[in-house]
Design a protein around this ligand. Structure first.
Ligand code: BES
Ligand code: ZN
Length: 472
Protein backbone atom coordinates (compact mmCIF):
# COMPACT_ATOMS: atom_id res chain seq x y z
CA UNK A 1 0.00 0.00 0.00
CA UNK A 2 1.24 3.47 -0.78
CA UNK A 3 2.48 5.02 2.39
CA UNK A 4 1.67 8.46 3.58
CA UNK A 5 3.80 11.13 2.03
CA UNK A 6 5.99 12.56 4.76
CA UNK A 7 4.47 16.00 4.33
CA UNK A 8 0.87 14.83 4.21
CA UNK A 9 -1.14 16.33 6.98
CA UNK A 10 -3.77 13.96 8.25
CA UNK A 11 -6.07 16.68 9.44
CA UNK A 12 -9.49 15.40 10.30
CA UNK A 13 -11.37 18.60 9.86
CA UNK A 14 -14.32 19.73 11.83
CA UNK A 15 -17.28 20.23 9.54
CA UNK A 16 -16.53 23.54 7.86
CA UNK A 17 -19.94 23.52 6.38
CA UNK A 18 -20.26 22.29 3.15
CA UNK A 19 -23.32 20.19 2.47
CA UNK A 20 -26.07 20.73 4.99
CA UNK A 21 -26.16 18.75 8.20
CA UNK A 22 -29.41 17.25 7.00
CA UNK A 23 -27.84 15.83 3.84
CA UNK A 24 -24.82 14.44 5.68
CA UNK A 25 -27.00 12.97 8.42
CA UNK A 26 -29.15 11.31 5.76
CA UNK A 27 -26.01 9.76 4.25
CA UNK A 28 -24.88 8.47 7.63
CA UNK A 29 -28.28 6.99 8.35
CA UNK A 30 -28.45 5.18 5.02
CA UNK A 31 -24.99 3.62 4.85
CA UNK A 32 -26.21 0.03 5.00
CA UNK A 33 -28.95 0.66 2.49
CA UNK A 34 -26.44 2.27 0.11
CA UNK A 35 -24.23 -0.81 0.37
CA UNK A 36 -27.15 -3.18 -0.26
CA UNK A 37 -28.18 -1.20 -3.32
CA UNK A 38 -24.63 -1.17 -4.66
CA UNK A 39 -24.57 -4.95 -4.28
CA UNK A 40 -27.75 -5.20 -6.38
CA UNK A 41 -25.99 -3.17 -9.10
CA UNK A 42 -22.90 -5.41 -8.81
CA UNK A 43 -24.97 -8.57 -9.30
CA UNK A 44 -25.65 -7.62 -12.92
CA UNK A 45 -22.93 -9.15 -15.14
CA UNK A 46 -22.73 -6.23 -17.59
CA UNK A 47 -19.60 -7.33 -19.50
CA UNK A 48 -19.66 -5.07 -22.53
CA UNK A 49 -17.06 -6.90 -24.61
CA UNK A 50 -19.05 -10.18 -24.57
CA UNK A 51 -22.21 -9.96 -26.66
CA UNK A 52 -23.86 -12.85 -24.83
CA UNK A 53 -24.05 -10.39 -21.92
CA UNK A 54 -25.83 -7.67 -23.92
CA UNK A 55 -29.12 -8.31 -22.10
CA UNK A 56 -27.30 -7.96 -18.79
CA UNK A 57 -25.79 -4.69 -19.97
CA UNK A 58 -29.27 -3.45 -20.84
CA UNK A 59 -30.42 -4.47 -17.36
CA UNK A 60 -27.57 -2.48 -15.81
CA UNK A 61 -28.56 0.54 -17.92
CA UNK A 62 -32.17 0.11 -16.78
CA UNK A 63 -31.04 -0.17 -13.15
CA UNK A 64 -29.32 3.22 -13.43
CA UNK A 65 -32.15 4.79 -15.42
CA UNK A 66 -34.80 3.58 -12.94
CA UNK A 67 -32.90 4.98 -9.95
CA UNK A 68 -32.50 8.36 -11.59
CA UNK A 69 -36.14 8.40 -12.68
CA UNK A 70 -37.24 7.62 -9.13
CA UNK A 71 -35.33 10.70 -8.01
CA UNK A 72 -37.49 12.76 -10.35
CA UNK A 73 -34.89 13.36 -13.05
CA UNK A 74 -35.82 13.48 -16.70
CA UNK A 75 -34.18 10.33 -18.05
CA UNK A 76 -33.44 9.11 -21.56
CA UNK A 77 -32.02 5.75 -22.53
CA UNK A 78 -30.30 6.16 -25.87
CA UNK A 79 -29.20 3.39 -28.22
CA UNK A 80 -26.87 4.37 -31.05
CA UNK A 81 -26.11 0.94 -32.46
CA UNK A 82 -24.33 -0.29 -29.35
CA UNK A 83 -25.15 -0.64 -25.66
CA UNK A 84 -27.41 2.01 -24.15
CA UNK A 85 -26.34 5.38 -22.81
CA UNK A 86 -28.27 6.79 -19.90
CA UNK A 87 -28.70 10.55 -19.94
CA UNK A 88 -30.53 12.28 -17.10
CA UNK A 89 -30.92 15.78 -15.72
CA UNK A 90 -32.55 17.64 -12.89
CA UNK A 91 -34.68 20.62 -13.74
CA UNK A 92 -32.23 23.03 -15.37
CA UNK A 93 -32.22 26.53 -13.91
CA UNK A 94 -30.10 28.91 -15.95
CA UNK A 95 -29.00 30.87 -12.86
CA UNK A 96 -27.22 27.83 -11.49
CA UNK A 97 -24.02 26.10 -12.41
CA UNK A 98 -24.31 22.65 -13.95
CA UNK A 99 -22.33 19.57 -13.03
CA UNK A 100 -22.18 16.72 -15.55
CA UNK A 101 -21.36 13.38 -13.94
CA UNK A 102 -19.86 10.75 -16.24
CA UNK A 103 -19.30 7.08 -15.45
CA UNK A 104 -19.73 3.61 -16.89
CA UNK A 105 -21.96 0.70 -15.90
CA UNK A 106 -20.07 -1.86 -17.98
CA UNK A 107 -17.37 -4.08 -16.53
CA UNK A 108 -14.40 -6.12 -17.71
CA UNK A 109 -14.60 -9.87 -18.37
CA UNK A 110 -13.95 -12.07 -15.33
CA UNK A 111 -11.49 -14.65 -16.57
CA UNK A 112 -9.44 -16.33 -15.16
CA UNK A 113 -12.48 -17.33 -13.12
CA UNK A 114 -10.65 -19.94 -11.02
CA UNK A 115 -8.51 -17.22 -9.41
CA UNK A 116 -11.54 -15.54 -7.81
CA UNK A 117 -12.15 -16.34 -4.14
CA UNK A 118 -15.88 -15.69 -4.64
CA UNK A 119 -18.06 -15.67 -7.76
CA UNK A 120 -17.48 -12.27 -9.42
CA UNK A 121 -21.16 -11.34 -9.62
CA UNK A 122 -22.10 -12.46 -6.11
CA UNK A 123 -20.72 -9.57 -4.04
CA UNK A 124 -19.16 -10.53 -0.73
CA UNK A 125 -18.32 -8.07 2.06
CA UNK A 126 -15.30 -8.87 4.21
CA UNK A 127 -13.57 -6.50 6.63
CA UNK A 128 -15.31 -3.44 5.21
CA UNK A 129 -14.45 -4.27 1.62
CA UNK A 130 -16.86 -5.37 -1.09
CA UNK A 131 -15.50 -7.91 -3.58
CA UNK A 132 -17.11 -8.14 -7.04
CA UNK A 133 -16.33 -7.37 -10.67
CA UNK A 134 -17.05 -3.67 -11.25
CA UNK A 135 -16.92 -2.79 -7.52
CA UNK A 136 -14.23 -0.15 -8.07
CA UNK A 137 -14.31 0.11 -11.88
CA UNK A 138 -16.72 1.72 -12.10
CA UNK A 139 -20.08 0.80 -10.56
CA UNK A 140 -19.09 1.64 -6.97
CA UNK A 141 -17.61 4.95 -8.01
CA UNK A 142 -20.33 6.16 -10.36
CA UNK A 143 -22.96 5.15 -7.82
CA UNK A 144 -21.53 7.59 -5.25
CA UNK A 145 -22.90 10.49 -7.30
CA UNK A 146 -26.35 8.96 -7.56
CA UNK A 147 -26.52 8.41 -3.78
CA UNK A 148 -25.25 11.95 -3.12
CA UNK A 149 -27.96 13.45 -5.30
CA UNK A 150 -30.53 11.15 -3.71
CA UNK A 151 -29.71 12.61 -0.29
CA UNK A 152 -30.68 16.12 -1.48
CA UNK A 153 -33.87 14.90 -3.03
CA UNK A 154 -34.98 12.70 -0.12
CA UNK A 155 -34.25 15.39 2.51
CA UNK A 156 -35.83 18.13 0.44
CA UNK A 157 -32.64 20.17 0.87
CA UNK A 158 -32.18 22.76 -1.84
CA UNK A 159 -29.82 21.69 -4.60
CA UNK A 160 -27.58 24.63 -5.52
CA UNK A 161 -26.42 23.21 -8.86
CA UNK A 162 -28.08 21.62 -11.87
CA UNK A 163 -27.08 17.98 -12.17
CA UNK A 164 -26.73 15.95 -15.35
CA UNK A 165 -25.63 12.35 -15.74
CA UNK A 166 -24.23 10.60 -18.79
CA UNK A 167 -23.53 6.97 -18.01
CA UNK A 168 -22.29 4.64 -20.71
CA UNK A 169 -21.95 0.91 -21.18
CA UNK A 170 -19.07 0.58 -23.61
CA UNK A 171 -16.12 2.16 -21.81
CA UNK A 172 -14.29 -1.13 -21.35
CA UNK A 173 -14.86 -2.31 -24.90
CA UNK A 174 -14.11 0.72 -27.02
CA UNK A 175 -17.70 1.42 -28.12
CA UNK A 176 -18.53 4.40 -30.29
CA UNK A 177 -21.95 5.38 -28.86
CA UNK A 178 -20.75 7.97 -26.39
CA UNK A 179 -18.52 9.67 -28.97
CA UNK A 180 -21.40 10.00 -31.39
CA UNK A 181 -23.70 11.28 -28.66
CA UNK A 182 -21.17 13.87 -27.48
CA UNK A 183 -20.33 15.09 -30.96
CA UNK A 184 -24.01 15.36 -31.92
CA UNK A 185 -25.38 16.73 -28.63
CA UNK A 186 -22.86 19.12 -27.09
CA UNK A 187 -25.75 21.38 -26.00
CA UNK A 188 -27.43 18.62 -24.08
CA UNK A 189 -24.20 17.89 -22.22
CA UNK A 190 -23.33 21.59 -21.72
CA UNK A 191 -22.03 22.11 -18.18
CA UNK A 192 -19.67 24.06 -15.95
CA UNK A 193 -17.70 20.98 -14.98
CA UNK A 194 -17.44 17.35 -16.01
CA UNK A 195 -17.04 15.18 -12.94
CA UNK A 196 -15.55 11.72 -13.39
CA UNK A 197 -15.00 9.16 -10.65
CA UNK A 198 -13.22 6.29 -12.38
CA UNK A 199 -9.69 6.70 -11.02
CA UNK A 200 -7.93 6.28 -7.67
CA UNK A 201 -7.05 7.99 -4.44
CA UNK A 202 -3.33 8.50 -3.86
CA UNK A 203 -3.50 5.90 -1.09
CA UNK A 204 -5.74 4.68 1.71
CA UNK A 205 -5.42 7.86 3.70
CA UNK A 206 -4.63 10.56 1.13
CA UNK A 207 -7.11 11.54 -1.57
CA UNK A 208 -5.74 12.70 -4.88
CA UNK A 209 -7.00 15.00 -7.53
CA UNK A 210 -5.94 13.61 -10.86
CA UNK A 211 -4.88 16.06 -13.56
CA UNK A 212 -3.65 13.75 -16.31
CA UNK A 213 -4.70 10.45 -17.87
CA UNK A 214 -2.61 8.50 -20.31
CA UNK A 215 -3.80 7.93 -23.85
CA UNK A 216 -3.56 4.67 -25.73
CA UNK A 217 -2.63 3.15 -29.07
CA UNK A 218 -3.49 -0.55 -28.96
CA UNK A 219 -1.94 -2.70 -31.68
CA UNK A 220 -2.21 -6.25 -32.92
CA UNK A 221 0.63 -7.92 -34.81
CA UNK A 222 -0.24 -11.04 -36.83
CA UNK A 223 2.51 -13.20 -38.27
CA UNK A 224 1.66 -15.92 -40.79
CA UNK A 225 3.98 -18.61 -42.09
CA UNK A 226 3.09 -22.06 -43.43
CA UNK A 227 -0.53 -22.80 -44.31
CA UNK A 228 -0.85 -25.15 -41.35
CA UNK A 229 1.10 -26.28 -38.27
CA UNK A 230 4.03 -28.46 -39.32
CA UNK A 231 6.01 -31.25 -37.67
CA UNK A 232 8.96 -29.39 -36.13
CA UNK A 233 11.29 -32.25 -36.98
CA UNK A 234 10.15 -32.79 -40.56
CA UNK A 235 10.15 -29.13 -41.48
CA UNK A 236 12.22 -27.36 -38.78
CA UNK A 237 15.08 -25.43 -40.40
CA UNK A 238 13.34 -25.25 -43.79
CA UNK A 239 10.88 -22.36 -43.34
CA UNK A 240 10.72 -19.27 -41.11
CA UNK A 241 8.95 -20.08 -37.86
CA UNK A 242 6.27 -17.40 -37.12
CA UNK A 243 6.90 -17.77 -33.38
CA UNK A 244 10.59 -17.03 -33.83
CA UNK A 245 9.76 -14.19 -36.24
CA UNK A 246 7.37 -12.58 -33.77
CA UNK A 247 9.94 -12.90 -30.99
CA UNK A 248 12.42 -10.99 -33.17
CA UNK A 249 9.84 -8.27 -33.80
CA UNK A 250 8.91 -7.96 -30.13
CA UNK A 251 12.59 -7.79 -29.21
CA UNK A 252 12.89 -4.83 -31.58
CA UNK A 253 10.22 -2.78 -29.82
CA UNK A 254 12.15 -1.86 -26.67
CA UNK A 255 15.82 -1.60 -25.76
CA UNK A 256 17.36 -3.05 -22.60
CA UNK A 257 17.07 0.33 -20.85
CA UNK A 258 13.30 0.41 -21.26
CA UNK A 259 13.20 2.90 -24.16
CA UNK A 260 10.81 2.30 -26.99
CA UNK A 261 12.59 1.87 -30.33
CA UNK A 262 9.74 3.09 -32.57
CA UNK A 263 11.24 6.06 -34.45
CA UNK A 264 9.82 9.39 -33.31
CA UNK A 265 7.99 7.78 -30.36
CA UNK A 266 9.13 10.43 -27.87
CA UNK A 267 9.07 13.45 -30.20
CA UNK A 268 5.78 15.00 -29.05
CA UNK A 269 6.06 14.09 -25.36
CA UNK A 270 5.34 16.98 -23.04
CA UNK A 271 8.01 16.88 -20.34
CA UNK A 272 7.15 17.26 -16.69
CA UNK A 273 7.86 20.73 -15.33
CA UNK A 274 9.96 21.31 -12.22
CA UNK A 275 6.93 21.85 -10.01
CA UNK A 276 5.42 18.53 -11.08
CA UNK A 277 8.71 16.68 -10.55
CA UNK A 278 9.06 18.17 -7.09
CA UNK A 279 5.42 17.34 -6.32
CA UNK A 280 5.92 13.70 -7.35
CA UNK A 281 9.11 13.44 -5.30
CA UNK A 282 7.38 14.83 -2.20
CA UNK A 283 4.84 12.01 -2.34
CA UNK A 284 7.61 9.68 -1.19
CA UNK A 285 6.67 6.76 -3.43
CA UNK A 286 9.36 4.08 -3.36
CA UNK A 287 10.24 0.94 -5.28
CA UNK A 288 9.53 -1.02 -2.11
CA UNK A 289 5.92 0.19 -2.25
CA UNK A 290 5.77 -0.77 -5.93
CA UNK A 291 7.10 -4.25 -5.22
CA UNK A 292 4.60 -4.61 -2.42
CA UNK A 293 1.69 -3.50 -4.61
CA UNK A 294 2.60 -5.62 -7.63
CA UNK A 295 4.50 -8.62 -6.32
CA UNK A 296 7.16 -7.98 -8.99
CA UNK A 297 10.72 -8.90 -7.94
CA UNK A 298 12.14 -5.51 -8.99
CA UNK A 299 11.19 -2.17 -10.44
CA UNK A 300 12.15 -1.68 -14.07
CA UNK A 301 11.72 1.02 -16.68
CA UNK A 302 13.12 3.82 -18.76
CA UNK A 303 16.41 5.12 -17.36
CA UNK A 304 16.57 8.68 -16.07
CA UNK A 305 13.10 8.80 -14.53
CA UNK A 306 11.74 7.88 -11.12
CA UNK A 307 9.20 5.11 -10.83
CA UNK A 308 6.34 7.55 -10.28
CA UNK A 309 7.47 9.65 -13.26
CA UNK A 310 7.43 6.55 -15.45
CA UNK A 311 4.10 5.39 -14.08
CA UNK A 312 2.33 8.70 -14.55
CA UNK A 313 4.12 10.75 -17.16
CA UNK A 314 6.23 8.65 -19.54
CA UNK A 315 4.86 6.77 -22.54
CA UNK A 316 5.18 3.00 -22.50
CA UNK A 317 5.12 0.07 -24.91
CA UNK A 318 4.04 -3.28 -23.47
CA UNK A 319 3.13 -6.70 -24.75
CA UNK A 320 -0.39 -7.44 -23.50
CA UNK A 321 -0.68 -10.86 -25.11
CA UNK A 322 1.59 -13.25 -26.94
CA UNK A 323 0.27 -16.41 -28.59
CA UNK A 324 1.91 -19.01 -30.78
CA UNK A 325 2.10 -22.78 -30.98
CA UNK A 326 1.49 -25.20 -28.16
CA UNK A 327 1.06 -24.10 -24.54
CA UNK A 328 -0.61 -27.16 -23.02
CA UNK A 329 0.72 -29.90 -20.79
CA UNK A 330 3.87 -31.74 -21.83
CA UNK A 331 5.66 -31.47 -25.14
CA UNK A 332 4.14 -31.25 -28.59
CA UNK A 333 6.60 -30.99 -31.45
CA UNK A 334 5.04 -28.40 -33.69
CA UNK A 335 6.18 -25.58 -35.90
CA UNK A 336 3.28 -23.12 -35.59
CA UNK A 337 1.57 -21.68 -38.63
CA UNK A 338 0.86 -18.36 -36.90
CA UNK A 339 1.83 -16.04 -34.11
CA UNK A 340 0.02 -13.09 -32.59
CA UNK A 341 0.94 -10.26 -30.27
CA UNK A 342 -1.19 -7.55 -28.69
CA UNK A 343 0.77 -4.47 -27.74
CA UNK A 344 -0.41 -1.40 -25.86
CA UNK A 345 1.35 1.91 -26.03
CA UNK A 346 0.24 4.20 -23.22
CA UNK A 347 0.68 7.78 -24.34
CA UNK A 348 1.15 11.06 -22.55
CA UNK A 349 0.24 14.64 -23.45
CA UNK A 350 0.86 15.73 -26.38
CA UNK A 351 1.33 12.44 -28.23
CA UNK A 352 -1.14 11.70 -31.02
CA UNK A 353 -2.41 8.09 -30.97
CA UNK A 354 -2.90 7.93 -34.77
CA UNK A 355 0.61 9.18 -35.47
CA UNK A 356 2.14 6.79 -32.93
CA UNK A 357 0.13 3.86 -34.33
CA UNK A 358 1.36 4.63 -37.84
CA UNK A 359 5.00 4.91 -36.68
CA UNK A 360 4.61 1.60 -34.83
CA UNK A 361 3.24 -0.21 -37.91
CA UNK A 362 6.03 1.19 -40.10
CA UNK A 363 8.63 0.12 -37.55
CA UNK A 364 7.25 -3.43 -37.26
CA UNK A 365 7.26 -3.84 -41.03
CA UNK A 366 10.80 -2.46 -41.19
CA UNK A 367 12.19 -4.94 -38.64
CA UNK A 368 10.10 -7.98 -39.64
CA UNK A 369 12.30 -10.85 -40.86
CA UNK A 370 11.86 -12.33 -44.33
CA UNK A 371 9.91 -15.55 -44.87
CA UNK A 372 6.67 -14.66 -43.08
CA UNK A 373 3.73 -12.32 -43.75
CA UNK A 374 3.20 -9.63 -41.13
CA UNK A 375 0.05 -7.58 -40.59
CA UNK A 376 -0.29 -4.77 -38.07
CA UNK A 377 -3.66 -3.42 -36.99
CA UNK A 378 -4.50 -0.49 -34.76
CA UNK A 379 -7.40 -1.83 -32.67
CA UNK A 380 -8.16 1.00 -30.32
CA UNK A 381 -7.01 4.52 -29.48
CA UNK A 382 -7.56 7.01 -26.70
CA UNK A 383 -6.29 10.55 -26.37
CA UNK A 384 -4.18 11.53 -23.38
CA UNK A 385 -5.71 14.12 -21.05
CA UNK A 386 -4.19 17.05 -19.22
CA UNK A 387 -6.30 19.25 -16.95
CA UNK A 388 -5.12 22.68 -15.79
CA UNK A 389 -4.26 22.46 -12.10
CA UNK A 390 -5.35 25.99 -11.36
CA UNK A 391 -9.05 26.70 -11.76
CA UNK A 392 -12.01 27.51 -9.56
CA UNK A 393 -13.47 24.06 -10.21
CA UNK A 394 -10.20 22.38 -9.26
CA UNK A 395 -10.32 24.34 -6.00
CA UNK A 396 -13.92 23.26 -5.43
CA UNK A 397 -12.85 19.66 -6.06
CA UNK A 398 -9.96 20.02 -3.61
CA UNK A 399 -12.18 21.46 -0.89
CA UNK A 400 -14.76 18.71 -1.40
CA UNK A 401 -12.19 15.92 -1.22
CA UNK A 402 -10.60 17.43 1.85
CA UNK A 403 -13.92 17.62 3.65
CA UNK A 404 -15.22 14.30 2.37
CA UNK A 405 -12.07 12.34 3.23
CA UNK A 406 -10.80 14.39 6.17
CA UNK A 407 -7.35 14.76 4.64
CA UNK A 408 -5.69 17.23 2.29
CA UNK A 409 -5.64 15.94 -1.30
CA UNK A 410 -2.48 15.81 -3.38
CA UNK A 411 -2.12 16.24 -7.14
CA UNK A 412 -1.71 12.92 -8.92
CA UNK A 413 -1.72 11.57 -12.47
CA UNK A 414 -2.88 8.15 -13.67
CA UNK A 415 -1.37 5.58 -15.99
CA UNK A 416 -4.84 4.40 -17.08
CA UNK A 417 -7.07 5.88 -19.76
CA UNK A 418 -10.67 7.06 -19.86
CA UNK A 419 -11.14 7.49 -23.59
CA UNK A 420 -14.14 9.84 -23.65
CA UNK A 421 -12.60 12.48 -21.39
CA UNK A 422 -10.49 14.02 -24.17
CA UNK A 423 -13.57 14.22 -26.39
CA UNK A 424 -15.54 15.91 -23.59
CA UNK A 425 -12.79 18.51 -23.26
CA UNK A 426 -12.84 19.14 -26.98
CA UNK A 427 -16.63 19.36 -27.49
CA UNK A 428 -17.90 20.67 -24.17
CA UNK A 429 -14.97 22.94 -23.38
CA UNK A 430 -15.61 22.63 -19.66
CA UNK A 431 -13.12 21.86 -16.91
CA UNK A 432 -12.78 18.20 -15.96
CA UNK A 433 -12.65 17.02 -12.35
CA UNK A 434 -11.19 13.55 -11.91
CA UNK A 435 -12.24 12.62 -8.38
CA UNK A 436 -11.17 9.01 -7.99
CA UNK A 437 -12.33 6.96 -5.02
CA UNK A 438 -10.64 3.63 -5.88
CA UNK A 439 -7.24 2.34 -4.79
CA UNK A 440 -4.48 1.24 -7.15
CA UNK A 441 -4.64 -2.11 -5.33
CA UNK A 442 -8.36 -2.64 -6.01
CA UNK A 443 -7.56 -5.36 -8.59
CA UNK A 444 -9.47 -3.68 -11.39
CA UNK A 445 -9.50 -5.80 -14.58
CA UNK A 446 -8.18 -8.66 -12.44
CA UNK A 447 -9.60 -11.41 -10.17
CA UNK A 448 -10.97 -10.37 -6.75
CA UNK A 449 -11.76 -6.78 -7.73
CA UNK A 450 -12.71 -4.85 -4.60
CA UNK A 451 -13.86 -1.51 -3.32
CA UNK A 452 -13.33 -0.27 0.23
CA UNK A 453 -16.63 0.74 1.77
CA UNK A 454 -14.94 3.57 3.70
CA UNK A 455 -13.95 5.06 0.37
CA UNK A 456 -17.45 4.48 -0.97
CA UNK A 457 -18.97 6.41 1.96
CA UNK A 458 -16.37 9.16 1.81
CA UNK A 459 -16.89 9.35 -1.94
CA UNK A 460 -20.63 9.82 -1.51
CA UNK A 461 -19.97 12.60 1.02
CA UNK A 462 -17.40 14.22 -1.27
CA UNK A 463 -19.87 14.24 -4.11
CA UNK A 464 -22.60 15.72 -1.90
CA UNK A 465 -20.19 18.43 -0.71
CA UNK A 466 -19.13 19.17 -4.27
CA UNK A 467 -22.75 19.95 -5.09
CA UNK A 468 -22.37 22.90 -2.71
CA UNK A 469 -18.73 23.83 -3.29
CA UNK A 470 -19.14 23.98 -7.08
CA UNK A 471 -21.94 26.50 -6.68
CA UNK A 472 -19.66 28.98 -4.93
N1 BES B 1 -11.13 3.03 -14.66
C1 BES B 1 -10.27 2.71 -15.74
C2 BES B 1 -9.18 3.73 -15.97
C3 BES B 1 -8.10 3.69 -14.92
C4 BES B 1 -7.24 2.63 -14.91
C5 BES B 1 -7.99 4.66 -13.99
C6 BES B 1 -6.24 2.57 -13.95
C7 BES B 1 -7.02 4.61 -13.03
C8 BES B 1 -6.13 3.55 -13.00
C9 BES B 1 -11.05 2.55 -17.01
O1 BES B 1 -12.29 1.94 -16.83
C10 BES B 1 -10.27 1.68 -17.94
O2 BES B 1 -10.01 0.56 -17.62
N2 BES B 1 -9.88 2.18 -19.08
C11 BES B 1 -9.23 1.39 -20.06
C12 BES B 1 -9.46 2.09 -21.37
C13 BES B 1 -9.04 1.31 -22.56
C14 BES B 1 -9.88 0.07 -22.72
C15 BES B 1 -9.13 2.20 -23.76
C16 BES B 1 -7.74 1.28 -19.78
O3 BES B 1 -7.12 2.19 -19.24
O4 BES B 1 -7.20 0.20 -20.07
ZN1 ZN C 1 -11.65 -0.32 -16.51
Amino acid sequence: MRQNAPNARKTYMKETTMASEKVLAHLDAHRDQHVDQLCDFLRIPSISSQSDHDDDSRRAAAFVADELRELGLEVETIELGGLPLVFAQTEIRPDRKTLLFYGHYDVQPVDPLDLWDNPPFEPVIKDGIVYARGASDDKGQVYTHIKALEAYIRTGEELLVNVKFIIEGEEESGGESIYRFTEENPDKLACDAIVVSDTTLYNESIPGICYSLKGLAYMEIRVDGPAKDLHSGSYGGTVKNPGNALAEIVAGLMDADGRCLVPGFYDAVLDLDDEERAGFAELGYTDEILKDETGAPAAFGEKGYTTLERMWARPTCDVNGLVSGYGGEGAKTVLPAKALAKVSMRLVPNQDPDAVAKAFADHVHAIAPAGVTVEVENLHNANPVLVPRKSDMMQAGMRSLEQGFGAKPVFIREGGSIPIVGTFQEYLKSPVLLLGYGLSTDNIHSPNEKFHLDNYWRGIRTSAILMVEAAK
